[in-house]
Every structure is written in C-alpha cells, then in structure tokens.
Design a protein around this ligand. Structure first.
Ligand code: G
Ligand code: G
Ligand code: NA
Ligand code: MN
Length: 251
C-alpha cells in the first residue's frame, strides 16, 4: 500500500529512469546497441531494480506508465549520445504485454521523436502464442510500420513456437540466460543453443545471447556464430552518463 502510493508519487516526479546494458556484435565485439532496464530512483532508498517495484506496479496497473517514462527518457539519452558522437546504433526497450494492448500505444509512439531502425521492442515470449490475440497482431503491425523492430525476449522459456516465429517473423530473438549459462559445461546445451542460432539464421532473425557471464561463454558463442552478446562478462547495466565513457573507452 505504501509502496503503491510511492510509485504513483514517483511517476509524477519522473523518478523512473533507464539503466543501459550494452550489447555487442559477436564478430567484432563493437557495441551494437543497449538494452534499457528500468530503475526506480527512490527518494529515500536510492536506485532500485525492477524486482523491488514491478510486481506492485503490475497490481496497480502502473507498468505501462513506467514503460512510457523509460522510453521517453531513453529517446532523450539516445539523441544526446548522437549529438556527442557516442555511437549507440540501437536501443532495445522492454515492453510489457499490457502496454502492447494499450489502444493509445501507437498514437503515443507517433508523438515521440522516433528514428526508424534505431529502436527495438523486447516482448516476452508469452505474446507469441500460435493463436495470437488479433489486437496484439494489429499492434505489432503498426509498431513495425513505425520502423521499430519486434524482438522476442527470453526465447526458450515461454510459449513461442516455430509456428509463431514463422507467422510473426520478429527481426530479433534473445536466447534466455537459463539456456545460455550451461553451454560451458554441457555439450547437449551447447547443441541446443547452436540449433536456436541456426533457426535464427535460416529465418533471417538476429540472435542475441543473454547471460554471457564468462570469457568461455564469449568464446563459444562467437564460434557458434551467434550475432549479438549481452552479459556481465562484457558489461553490466549502467546509467546514461557511464555509457558515454564506456563507448568512448572502447578501442
Ligand atoms: O535489471 P534487472 O535484471 O533487475 O531486470 C529484471 C527484469 O525486469 C528484466 O528481466 C525485465 O524483463 C524486467 N524489466 C526491466 N526493465 C523493464 C522495463 O522498463 N519495463 C518492463 N516492462 N520490464 C522491465
Ligand atoms: O529479462 P531480461 O531479458 O530483460 O533480462 C535483463 C536482466 O538480466 C537485467 O536485469 C540484467 O541485470 C540481467 N543480466 C544481464 N546480464 C546478465 C548476466 O550475464 N547474468 C545474469 N545472471 N543476469 C544478467
Ligand atoms: Na529484456
Ligand atoms: Mn531476457
């Protein structure tokens, strides 16, 4: 109850902001983009991770408003990086299924300074059911028309099937870290991840591995031909200002 009130007050004060975790081209190890990760700048407790507020925000139907605040701030940061010559080719943003069903989503997106091809929406696999809600399909089509990529998040843990991949043809998919983590010790897990990478290649879908935690993961995933890498071995989530230094310090 107290947290719910604090969330509403913080929305008003625009205290929800993005942290950014770099994603790397597996071939060159250049920064290929960043994923925005929500943080709550709590007036007393400081910066809080989503676990501390997303469940309660869901209960009070505030996730959409938080997502919107994060996206607006992220587009502002992206424009600032562009002006400073900080190369961040792409911005991946988490979008909740609730927000995707919001009838005002596309109108509110059109009001933002979007650059076609720079933005990707990470959607949870649960959206990609074989019998996808027609409202969601319509929303996805409109989002595509705005030049925003559709990306399947946490692939391998939810409901996305090959059928739905064929039907929705997302531009990108992210292999869930639960599948990526064990590849170093298990040949079977390695083959599984290799197969997902092959599926991506055959459908012309860009594949990102998340949970890339060690140098061995980096080496294996590069050998396997994964497109993009994201994880603690390469970079942690960081505030916008640190992204400037991080990208500048890259060779
Ligand atoms: O940053 P962290 O690893 O604690 O994030 C935990 C989870 O919270 C992520 O896996 C992601 O699914 C979710 N999340 C992070 N940022 C956002 C956001 O801006 N919007 C939504 N809807 N979910 C987010
Ligand atoms: O659920 P989603 O795919 O959005 O996951 C993003 C979350 O994963 C972020 O909260 C981030 O902190 C976390 N994360 C990023 N890299 C790693 C990693 O290498 N290992 C683990 N365990 N978590 C990571
Ligand atoms: Na995500
Ligand atoms: Mn994920």
């Amino acid at each position: 109850k107290k947290t719910a009130d604090e969330i509403m007050a913080s929305l008003e004060q625009r205290r929800f902001l993005p942290y950014y975790q770099p994603q790397f081209c597996a071939r060159t190890l250049d920064v290929a983009g960043v994923e925005t990760l929500a943080r709550w700048d709590h007036p007393e407790r400081g910066i809080l991770a989503p676990a501390a507020f997303l469940p309660i925000a869901e209960d009070i139907n505030a996730v959409g408003a938080i997502d919107r605040q994060i996206l607006e701030r992220a587009l502002f940061d992206l424009a600032a990086w562009d002006m400073q010559g900080v190369v961040v080719p792409k911005l991946s943003v988490n979008v909740s299924s609730r927000r995707l069903q919001d009838p005002d989503l596309c109108a509110s997106l059109r009001a933002l300074p979007l650059q076609a091809g720079r933005l990707s929406f990470e959607l949870l696999e649960s959206i990609f059911l074989d019998d996808c809600d027609p409202k969601i399909l319509e929303s996805l089509a409109e989002i595509r028309k705005l030049g925003i990529d559709i990306e399947v998040d946490d692939f391998g843990t939810g409901h996305a099937s090959i059928v739905s991949l064929m039907k929705l043809l997302p531009r990108r998919l992210k292999i869930d870290r639960q599948l990526v983590k064990p590849i170093v010790r298990s040949q079977a897990q390695r083959r599984l991840v290799g197969t997902i990478i092959e599926i991506g290649r055959s459908l012309d879908i860009t594949v990102t591995a998340e949970g890339v935690e060690t140098a061995a993961h980096v080496r294996l995933l590069r050998e396997m031909g994964c497109d993009l890498l994201q994880g603690f071995a390469l970079a942690r989530p960081m505030p916008a200002l640190e992204i400037v230094d991080f990208v500048h310090s890259e060779r």
